[in-house]
Design a protein around this ligand. Structure first.
Ligand code: GRG
Length: 294
């Protein structure tokens, strides 16, 4: 299966599970469910679930019984987007081509929708307990907590806020990208590796692979903010320049930034030499990520 079709099919599978998880609203909190569903089904690319499934396939593990774990990853990702769009953070009106959650449901409900998705994601991940060894599930959930939280994405967001309005050097920028973007990729990859019973060397390699993938992805994101098509992207372009934000594109220029993204993608692929041909999808991801237009 080519990588584009793979993304489509994993997206369809995980969306069916998300639909189940976020159904049966308790009548008194119908608005909370509506807000969570609004953002979850606003049309994301479902990259993290695809990365999760591709990693399972590198270990020869069937992803179907583990899809609720993948859904949990997408719920964490969506919470981060809802909170990132709030007036206290990026104050964005559009996301995934639609009005942001707080624009439709108000700030308080948007905060709760994010909180609800984050906490319920852990229940979703734990729900695969009958399909895996308990020790592996504990490791996987622990890694997701570390990578999504104060050793990963939340740390990256905080570091990003700290440098707002200041000139940023490449080293700091790289740290922020690794945490803000790479860590949630690492949550997906390590979650799958742990569930598959990966050894310490494999986990170490996959963590660095995920960070590099995140870095390459983020560099392209920065270039798309300058050169991308707002309609295809589903969000306003030019926001980094408007906010005076240093990115790899502003630091290096778009062409050099794309070269750096390509180099980073190559490095990520080369790390996978310890895996056999079952890691083909993981090898295809970095290229797909840098060739994307949305
Ligand atoms: C609020 C704790 C907290 C974290 C926010 C996600 C995030 C961290 C900030 C959003 C802004 C940003 C540029 C984040 C880097 C990660 C990124 C590129 C997210 C967008 O991911 P896609 O392209 O989105 O996978 P879709 O909509 O396709 O799911």
């Amino acid at each position: 299966m080519n990588i584009k079709d793979y993304f489509k099919s994993t997206a369809t599978e995980v969306e069916a599970v998300l639909d189940e998880i976020l159904t049966a609203p308790q009548p008194r909190v119908a608005n909370l469910y509506a807000a969570m569903r609004y953002s979850v089904f606003a049309g994301g690319k479902r990259l993290r679930p695809a990365l999760f499934c591709a990693t399972l396939s590198a270990f020869g593990v069937d992803s179907r019984p583990l899809l609720p774990f993948a859904a949990g990853l997408e719920m964490i990702h969506t919470y981060s987007l809802i909170h990132d769009d709030l007036p206290a953070m990026d104050n964005d009106d559009y996301r995934r081509g639609k009005l942001t959650c707080h624009k439709v449901f108000g700030e308080a409900e948007a905060i709760l929708a994010g909180d609800g998705l984050l906490t319920h994601a852990f229940a979703a991940m734990m729900s695969v307990k009958s399909a895996v060894a308990a020790d592996n599930l504990v490791k996987a959930v622990n890694d997701v907590a570390l990578m999504a939280g104060i050793f990963g994405m939340v740390a990256g967001q905080s570091a990003d806020i700290e440098v707002e309005g200041q000139p940023v050097d490449a080293e700091t920028l790289e740290y922020i990208c690794r945490c803000k973007t790479g860590a949630l990729f690492a949550a997906a990859v390590l979650g799958a590796a742990d569930l598959s019973g990966a050894n310490a060397k494999q986990v170490e390699v996959l963590q660095e692979y995920s960070y590099l993938l995140g870095l390459a992805f983020q560099i392209v994101d920065d270039v798309l903010d300058i050169k991308g098509d707002a309609v295809i992207l589903g969000k306003t372009t030019g926001s980094d320049a408007k906010n005076g934000k240093t990115t790899f594109a502003t630091l290096l220029g778009c062409d050099a930034a794309m070269e750096y993204a390509a180099e980073t993608a190559k490095k990520a692929i080369s790390l996978l030499e310890i895996f056999d041909e079952k890691a083909e999808l993981l090898r295809a991801m970095p290229i797909y990520f840098i060739e994307r237009n949305r």
